[in-house]
Ligand binder design. Structure first.
Ligand code: PGA
Length: 263
């Protein structure tokens, strides 16, 4: 089954309006130029909340899509400081990153909170990009697949969620992001990524059946750079990348996009 490649830029807590405009213009132009020559993977930019609406406007008419980095699972109402999926859709978001390790570790997001957020995202017509991955000590102890099993199972076993992973148009996306590789410059090896992605695909197959599991994209994140993207994207069951640091540089991000074609 041929899944369309997916490249997601996670700007994290970066993106002042002036620099964001330049970066978006560069990415947009680079994607358009490539589209004239070939089929490019789907590209999604995830700026901080404050830049979502201007980025949406700068992307108007472009195939590049907009995503947020988090959401609140609650309905509209008195929740000071929170932003739910309805508000995100209203400023043009199509995707939302959920369960990033920085949120799990620094803001105490549990497996069940992540599953509740995934449910809320789907309800509000957003495609969730659900992040999961092990810490260095867990890998050293040989517990990587056990951790992935727990994190993925929490989503797949959440009430009613299993039947909603794919809409007519789109399926949820799973991002494997080993915590020790995020922002460290030390990416996981192709063998490590292949093993985990294969495991995730088998688990998805077990829970939702082959046909649906084959539609779900599994992307890798953790120090993806222009010089290692090609090898990673060529690996079996790797459908693309979730890129942090390198997505803040237009040239690097586009060089990573080019790695798909060669993979
Ligand atoms: P990185 O971040 O590319 O800077 O390692 C990836 C991520 O956290 O999504």
């Amino acid at each position: 089954m041929q899944r369309r490649g997916l490249l997601v830029g996670n700007w994290k807590m970066n993106g002042l309006i002036e620099s964001a405009q330049e970066l978006v213009a560069a990415v947009r132009a680079g994607v358009e130029e490539r589209e004239e020559r070939r089929l490019v993977p789907e590209v999604v930019i995830c700026p901080p909340f404050t830049a979502l609406y201007p980025v949406h406007q700068w992307l108007s008419g472009s195939s590049v899509k907009l995503g947020a980095q988090n959401l609140s699972a609650g309905p509209p109402g008195p929740l000071t400081g929170e932003v739910n999926g309805i508000l995100l859709r209203n400023v043009g978001c199509r995707y939302v990153i959920l369960g990033h390790s920085e949120r799990r570790q620094r803001f105490g997001e549990s497996d069940s909170l992540v599953a509740a957020k995934v449910t809320a995202a789907i309800r509000d017509n957003l495609v969730p990009i659900v992040c999961m991955g092990e810490e260095a000590s867990e890998r050293d102890e040989g517990r990587t697949l056990e951790i992935l099993d727990r994190q993925l199972r929490a989503v797949l076993e959440w009430e009613g969620l299993r039947g909603q992973l794919c809409s007519k148009k789109r399926c949820l996306v799973v991002a494997y992001e080993p915590i020790w590789a995020i922002g460290t410059g030390r990416s996981a090896s192709v063998e490590q990524v292949s093993e985990v992605h294969g495991f995730i695909r088998r688990m998805l197959t077990e829970f939702v059946g082959r046909e649906l599991a084959d539609k779900i994209r599994i992307v890798y994140g953790g120090s993806v750079r222009p010089d290692n993207a090609e090898g990673l994207f060529a690996a079996k069951d790797v459908d693309g990348g979730l890129v942090g640091g390198a997505s803040l540089n237009g040239q690097d991000f586009l060089a990573i996009l080019d790695a798909f074609g060669r993979g």
